[in-house]
Design a protein around this ligand. Structure first.
Ligand code: FAD
Length: 474
């Protein structure tokens, strides 16, 4: 809801929440006692400090150094870029979680350690001391999320920024992945939050704006634009995609909760596998849809959508960063295909396909939703066959070439599965307007959006030959 209200502002508690999680899971007891309470109350905020000018997607290329002082602390020096909420005065202190290399560390991600670097040093009694050697040297001028300060941070321009190791030396990526997996789901939620807001905005406008005669009305009528079939199609596309995304995010979050808390290790491990599989889809499909749905809102507004005062433009601009940060959507697709599909010998993906198939079968068995279940079942067979093709290719470039259309395909079909589940639950719960709306939303999604999935299969299976056929020099 905070993201729907103001995505730029929501980044602040979002990153603080990820820092809390990393400290809870990897910090020492002393660090937890010293920093967690004020981060949790919001008196202090947290950041995630990875990116450098030459280390973006390839985090392992980072060069920020951390020299041991001898008293357990380190002195950090280096330049980090694009740090969200890296400097501000809306809270008393900022706790930076910074990736850096200790002397003699092995190259690549294996040599990275995580450090806690406070803006103001914290005494053991919790009081704030001197300002640390961390300076914001500039702010980025961005397309959107204008109220989120995106900073270039210089560490150690004077004596070195004092930092404390979080977890073990060279285990920084492990700790950072705790933050990143959490943040990836939350970035997916940005796509969802903005789509919801854009839908509400567009729906309100479409009900009020009158233009042209809707079908069946006398020629001189000025109908509300919501009565035009094409506008209804756009609104329903937004509504159905938003509901599908929301269900996917809930399932990912629920899987994470079960993985963390379930007393049965087998159930917890199965849930972790599901969360790992769904996270790149939640992040990449969710944020791609965020851009597309906010763009559709502008379309529904017509010319007014291109004018700032409608507010639709801000949502579109804000949404555009989400497919880029927290691992670009291209990197998410690679993660899905190269790391997630082969998990547990392919059993994690197979279990998801089996769950989707069971839902399609249940839908097909009920007269009210036979059509939904039939179309969905066919799409699931397509995605299962495509998964099989992708995971059996010997050439890694062929798998990489198909990764992005595959993630899209799986996202679309998973969306149908979630809306199908929602339709079944609605049928069981009653026959009021709310229940009927759930069934009809699933039907719309299955008729209008799910068929796009099969169209992506040739792109996934095309291989990489055409990608390298021309030199792209002009
Ligand atoms: C507004 C904003 C806020 C940010 N906040 C933070 C923050 O708080 N903390 C932080 O540490 N960073 C932050 N970032 C940085 C962000 O995470 C990076 O910009 C992002 O990871 C991409 O890195 P890059 O910009 O260097 O792009 P590059 O890595 O140069 O990527 C450029 C293109 O190449 C593609 N590409 C790169 N490598 C591969 C590969 N191996 N295979 C296939 N394709 C590839 C990418 O997908 C992309 O399309 C922020 C960035 C912005 C713009």
């Amino acid at each position: 809801m905070i993201t729907t209200a103001n995505m730029a502002l929501s980044l602040n508690p979002m990153l603080t929440g990820s820092a809390i999680l990393a400290l809870e899971q990897h910090g020492s007891e002393a660090q937890k006692a010293q920093y967690l309470e004020k981060l949790i109350t919001g008196e202090w905020t947290g950041t995630m400090v990875l990116t450098e000018p030459n280390a973006g997607s390839d985090v392992g290329a980072l060069t920020t150094r951390a020299e041991p002082v001898g008293d357990g602390s380190f002195l950090l020096s280096g330049t980090k870029i694009f740090i969200s909420w890296g400097e501000h005065d809306v809270a008393e202190n900022i706790i930076h979680l910074v990736l850096a290399r200790t002397p003699g560390a092995p190259p690549g991600t294996r040599g990275i350690s995580l450090f806690l670097v406070p803006k103001f040093l914290v005494a053991t009694d919790g009081s704030l001391g001197a300002r640390n050697d961390v300076t914001c040297v500039s702010l980025e001028h961005k397309i959107g999320i204008h109220s989120s300060p995106t900073c270039v941070l210089a560490f150690g321009e004077r004596d070195g920024a004092i930092g404390y190791l979080v977890g073990d030396e060279h285990q920084g990526m492990r700790a950072m992945f705790t933050m990143m997996n959490d943040a990836r789901l939350k970035v997916g939620l940005e796509g969802l939050g903005l789509s919801e807001r854009a839908y509400q905005l567009a729906l309100g406008y479409a009900r009020e704006r009158t233009q042209g005669a809707a079908p069946g009305q006398p020629p001189a009528t000025q109908s509300p634009i919501i009565d035009h079939p094409d506008v209804r199609r756009m609104l329903l596309t937004m509504k159905a995609n938003t509901e599908a995304m929301r269900a996917l995010m809930y399932d990912t979050a629920a899987s994470l909760d079960i993985a963390r808390r379930h007393p049965n290790p087998a159930t917890a491990s199965e849930a972790m596998g599901r969360a790992n599989l769904l996270t790149p889809i939640a992040k990449a499909w969710g944020t791609d849809l965020g851009v597309e749905m906010t763009s559709l809102a502008i379309q529904i507004f017509g010319g007014m959508g291109y004018v700032e005062e409608s507010g639709a433009g801000q949502l579109w601009r804000d949404s555009r960063i989400a497919p880029i940060y927290e691992g670009t959507n291209g990197i998410q697709a690679i993660d899905l295909v190269i790391r997630k599909l082969p998990m547990d010998g392919g059993n994690v993906a197979a279990a998801f396909v089996a769950d989707m198939t069971a839902t399609a079968t249940a839908l097909a068995a009920r007269p009210e939703t036979t059509d939904i279940g039939t179309v969905l079942g066919q799409a699931i067979r397509e995605v299962a066959a495509t998964t099989e093709w992708l995971t059996t290719q010997s050439e890694v470039t062929d798998r990489l070439a198909g990764a992005t259309p595959y993630l899209r395909m799986l996202g679309i079909v998973a969306g149908g599965y979630y809306l199908g589940r929602s339709a079944l639950a609605a049928l069981d719960a009653g026959n009021g307007p709310f229940h009927r709306e759930k069934v009809e939303t699933a039907r719309f999604y299955v008729e209008q959006i799910v068929p796009q999935a099969a169209g992506l299969r040739p792109a996934v299976q095309a291989g990489s030959a055409s990608l390298s056929a021309i030199p792209l020099t002009s």
